[in-house]
Design a binder for this molecule. Structure first.
Ligand code: SF4
Ligand code: SF4
Length: 467
């Protein structure tokens, strides 16, 4: 009898990418990759590549920790995941990072924008609405780890600083502003006022490339000088900044090493987040079959292009190991040392097979799991890094380690209708605050819960129920 041409590994739930009904999906290993095989009774079969690295995919199955629960859940379990967001009591992770979108307006019209923002959209949430969204996060989390003020372009909001003040009045450990950097580049007084919110404050700065042609494709304009000016200001102020790089296959995935190098040379930059384009919202010119990058591909490209990180440095984040990978390096006295560079070589080599060194000692494993969590800001990351170094055999934590010395690379892959995996989405820890107070996983928010998506939700629920 002939064998199947693949290894059937798991069964999960996914969505039909045409009608969004929930369908069964087999996870299969074939030709070095991991694929979802699914079939919609109306739209037929789909085969979607979800990982290009079976060893790394297996590693994600070992980076598991019990999910942490929010103080309250927001919705009943009624239609089944992902139609009950949220957070419903079936969700397996609290909000490591909660995003509060304060406007739909933007001073750019990027061809790729999951929020479909533009200058033509002019909705600004009132201060009272934003305060009630912030209260929703506090209700769920008690003391939220990270809240990100986002949009659209949040710096355009007429009450932007009143909103930051409102966030500061609440017990939020770390506040972020997600921005395209135009206002920072154009207005020195604005940048100075932003810096007055430090510490425990960070700029999440759009930064896709060092090349104008990439900006034109992803952002519709050459933003080179805007980025340079914004970073000059942020460097002068030494205001903690993470560069956020949206990746499209064949466009800017050859620049990852260059961007890491560039980032390491900037005084204010604490790390880079790489985010492959999600097929959601406005995704002009994006063909998911041709242009999608998996998390494993991004990780492989970083290892190929950057001399800083080795495979054991870029590991799954236990909060949500399918969709997040992280690596740390230490910047001290002009030298950059990755985490594994601090571990004696004989300890590293003693690791058996693909078991990485951190997994063998329970105390070490707990310290790694703590450090490699999405809820860390640069400052709490430094503390967790120090704790980890204390657990490592024969490694002395540098006494003067502060968050200025820490450099973090994070890969964030969001799910869309193509690569959707119900098993995985339940662990999502990056959530968007709905104006009605629900906290909804980023992945499902763009599919079903953003303004105007209610019909898609209703139709998917009805089709799944066979109505
Ligand atoms: S994604 Fe989470 S919150 Fe949404 S329905 Fe599924 S379990 Fe509930
Ligand atoms: S991606 Fe950001 S900068 Fe671009 S249109 Fe959307 S909100 Fe504006």
């Amino acid at each position: 009898m002939p064998d199947r041409p693949y290894l059937y590994a798991e069964l999960t739930g996914s969505l039909c990418s045409s009608c969004l009904r929930k369908v069964e999906a087999k996870v299969v290993l074939q030709d070095g990759g991991v694929y979802l095989h699914k079939r919609c009774p109306e739209h037929g079969a789909e085969r979607v590549l979800v990982s290009t690295d079976i060893d790394y995919w297996n590693l994600t199955r070992r980076f598991l920790k019990p999910g942490q629960m929010p103080r309250v859940f927001n919705t009943p379990i009624e239609h089944g995941c992902p139609f009950d967001c949220g957070l419903c009591a079936d969700h397996e992770q609290h909000s490591c990072l909660a995003i509060v979108e304060i406007t739909d307006a933007c001073n750019l019209s990027c061809p790729v924008c999951y929020a479909e923002s533009s200058p033509q959209r002019q909705t600004y949430r009132t201060l009272a609405q934003v305060e009630s969204m912030l209260d929703a996060v506090v209700r769920n989390e008690g003391e939220p780890d990270i809240v990100q003020i986002s949009g659209g372009e949040p710096t355009l909001h007429p009450e932007f600083f009143a909103i930051l003040d409102a966030a500061r009045r609440r017990p939020i450990k770390h506040l972020m502003v997600n921005t395209n950097g135009l206002r920072i580049a154009q207005d020195a007084d604005f940048a100075r006022r932003l810096a007055s919110y430090a510490p425990a404050f960070e700029i999440y700065l759009q930064f896709d490339s060092l090349r104008p042609e990439v900006h034109r494709v992803l952002r519709g304009a050459d933003l080179t000088s805007v980025r340079r000016r914004a970073l000059e200001r942020l460097n002068e102020l030494n205001l903690s900044t993470t560069l956020v790089c949206t990746l499209k296959k064949g466009l800017n995935d050859g620049e990852l090493g260059g961007i890491i190098d560039f980032a390491l040379g900037q005084r204010c930059v604490r790390g880079v987040t790489f985010q492959p384009v999600q097929h959601a919202g406005r995704a002009e010119g994006f063909d998911p079959a041709r242009d999608r990058l998996t998390l494993a591909e991004v990780r492989t490209r970083i290892l190929e292009q950057s001399p800083v990180f080795k495979p054991d440095d870029l590991i799954p984040v236990p909060c949500h190991p399918d969709c997040l990978a992280m690596g740390y390096a230490l910047k001290m006295a002009g030298k950059v040392t990755p985490l594994t560079g601090l571990i004696p070589r004989d300890t590293l080599l003693a690791a058996e097979g693909s078991t990485i060194v951190y997994e063998r000692d329970p105390r070490l494993r707990a310290a790694v799991f703590n450090l490699f969590s999405t809820h860390h800001s640069p400052s709490s990351g430094a503390e967790a890094f120090r704790e980890l170094l204390c657990c490592l055999p024969r490694v002395l934590a540098p006494p003067a380690l502060t968050y200025d010395n820490l450099f973090r690379v994070l890969i964030v892959q969001f799910l869309d209708a193509h690569n959707f995996d119900v098993r995985s989405v339940k662990k999502s820890c990056i959530h968007i605050v709905h104006p009605d107070g629900r906290l909804i996983p980023f992945d499902t928010y763009t599919l079903f819960y953003r303004d105007g998506r209610e019909d898609a939700w209703r139709s998917a629920v009805a089709r799944t129920a066979g109505r």
